[in-house]
Write a protein that binds this ligand. Structure first.
Ligand code: ADP
Length: 551
């Protein structure tokens, strides 16, 4: 960008870099008394304010300086959603170092790989992950010290971890009179690795500028619509794509924050929603499954919950219907990815949709939504030719924008852009109003007789059957058609068992005849990865020799 031409007449506005530290200082000064409530690993509820958070983030930044952490150095976290993790979000990035959030659900070997790849200097962890740290510490060559996110009283008495420090001691000993450094807004701020279902994980390296712009854009009414009137509970973990930017967009909006810590089961979440009067939440569909099961089984209601964002994988229509029709909770279906910070589209309606029938409006809401300013998108064919926005033509989805990666950390994977666009690996249609509908990931597409069958649509139909709890559709080999769809189903317990024949008949009239799966298999559970998504590659391995009845 620095090599762009300058106009002979430049604007006369203050030249302030978009730095992450400005967000927490804004919240502390303008919404200083607004609360951050956290369920701690210790089990209790902790509460303090944005003013406290800013003070302790400055103390942490100062402590990092005392440890010798310099600008650009990587500092890792292995932690749940909580106030100490939030302080790390601001203290680390604000000091000019880079916050590397690690997904603790990854295999320890993968974690060690990521830590070494990132050259992490320090690693902060919640006590839950002490055994994992003990197991992998000797493989993490670059880490100079491990900091337990707890007070002196909770510190492990014995551990084989080299240089184990106590977070509370570190923070309390440091001065709050720390002045946030000023630097180029394009400096690296945070690092997040994609879960890498194939190959090694790759790092998306966010900048201060990309993070602040994403926080602005994602809080707009057409996106997450966060305001100072909200109480926000991010269920989406802070170790997965920066909790979709909520640790930035919530303080920027002055909303109250509620962190669930490790207690993500339906009962604990429901109790926290009610106790703290949560109005807005965000998470992947598998989390809502747990919460909704608890609420439905116990015939409960939500007293304050008004709106939720669901993304990360397709929101099953039945889940959307239950939330809207039974509980009066507005559902914003959203799409994005680690490489996009993550938000790309959100599904909120336009004025013209008021003229539609309720069913037609619901059909729009099921899509992944409309681009938000900052993200441009297009669909192309195998040759890269742009395809029509007609709602039926599907192609490879490409995106660009200031919070989309231009390459991976340490150039892993080489050049990734195609003519300046990032290939998402998703297959989609875009309708004339600009609404995106993801039909598949390109590696999950079922190729039947040269035509593509979108597995997500088939799963959505299956999951709208009352007897189905979860469903995944994969392509299995077929002598004539190359591949045909096989539906793998987890039955919903407690009601009359659905049969194969009943389920196949259920598809009639809902999808094109040749899309109807060739067979159904029932299983007790589907393989779920570290980010709560169904691992279709594992299913494909498991059923690679499956013989379809029609084959
Ligand atoms: P990974 O799972 O590879 O680590 P992400 O968590 O960044 O990466 O997931 C991004 C992918 O998740 C998208 O490319 C898309 O395939 C899928 N995805 C995200 N949101 C949705 C959605 N609302 N509907 C369907 N697929 C989605």
């Amino acid at each position: 960008m620095t090599d762009l031409p300058m106009s002979p007449l430049m604007g006369q506005m203050m030249d302030q870099p978009l730095l992450i530290s400005t967000i927490i200082e804004f919240a502390a000064r303008h919404y200083g008394d607004t609360e951050i409530v956290s369920r701690r690993v210790e089990g209790d509820l902790h509460r303090y304010t944005y003013r406290d958070c800013a003070r302790r983030s400055r103390q942490l930044a100062s402590a990092l300086g005392n440890l010798g952490v310099a600008m650009g150095d990587r500092v890792a976290t292995l932690a749940w959603n909580g106030y100490r993790h939030m302080e790390l979000y601001y203290g680390v990035s604000g000091s000019g170092a880079v916050l590397h959030t690690i997904n603790p659900r990854l295999h320890p070997e993968q974690i060690a790989y990521i830590v070494n790849h990132a050259n992490d200097e320090y690693l902060f962890f919640d006590l839950t992950f002490l055994p994992a740290i003990e197991a992998m510490a000797r493989h993490c060559k670059t880490v100079k010290g491990y900091i337990a996110l707890c007070g002196r009283a909770q510190m492990p008495r014995e551990s084989g971890i080299p240089l184990l420090l106590c977070y509370e001691e570190l923070v309390e000993a440091a001065s709050p009179d720390y002045a946030w450094p000023q630097f180029d807004e394009r400096s690296a701020a945070a690092l997040c690795y994609t879960s890498g279902t194939t190959g090694n994980p790759k790092g998306a390296l966010y900048s201060h500028r990309s993070t602040v712009l994403h926080a602005y854009a994602s809080s707009m009414p057409n996106a997450l619509n966060v305001s100072a009137h909200d109480v926000v509970l991010p269920v989406v973990p802070m170790f997965h794509v920066m909790a979709w930017g909520l640790p930035y967009s919530v303080p920027l909006s002055g909303a109250k924050m509620v962190f669930p810590g490790p207690a993500l089961d339906g009962k604990s979440l429901y109790e926290l929603f009610e106790a703290e009067k949560v109005t807005f939440s965000a998470g992947v569909p598998t989390v809502w499954l747990g919460l909704l099961n608890h609420v439905v089984q116990n015939d409960l209601r939500f007293s304050s919950f008004r709106r939720t964002v669901i993304g990360g994988s397709a929101c099953p229509p039945a889940m959307m219907d239950t939330l809207i029709d039974r509980f009066g909770v507005e559902v914003v279906h959203a799409w994005g990815m680690t490489e996009m910070s993550p938000l790309g589209t959100a599904c909120t309606l336009m004025a013209r949709h008021d003229a539609l029938s309720p069913d037609e409006r619901r059909a729009v809401l099921r899509k992944q939504g409309h681009a938000i300013y900052g993200v441009d998108m297009k669909i192309v064919d195998d040759d890269g030719t742009e395809l029509a926005w007609d709602g039926t033509t599907y192609g490879h989805l490409l995106v660009k924008g200031p919070w989309v990666v231009s390459g991976y950390f340490r150039d892993e994977g080489g050049e990734v852009l195609q003519d300046g666009w990032f290939p998402t690996g998703d297959v989609a249609t875009i309708d004339p109003d600009g609404y995106l509908h993801i039909t598949d990931r390109s590696k999950d597409v079922i190729k039947s007789g040269g035509e593509w069958i979108g597995s997500i649509d088939l799963e959505n139909v299956a999951m709208s059957h009352p007897g189905v709890l979860q469903a995944a559709c994969i392509g299995v080999q077929h002598p004539k058609w190359a591949e045909r769809p096989l539906l793998v189903v987890v039955r919903r317990p407690g009601i009359q068992e659905v049969t194969r024949e009943e389920l196949l008949a259920f598809f009639s009239g809902k999808v094109a005849k040749w899309w109807i799966p060739d067979d159904v298999v029932f299983t007790d559970a589907l393989p779920v990865g570290g980010t709560g998504k169904i691992q279709k590659n594992k299913l494909r391995d498991a059923y690679q020799d499956y013989r379809l009845p029609t084959a």
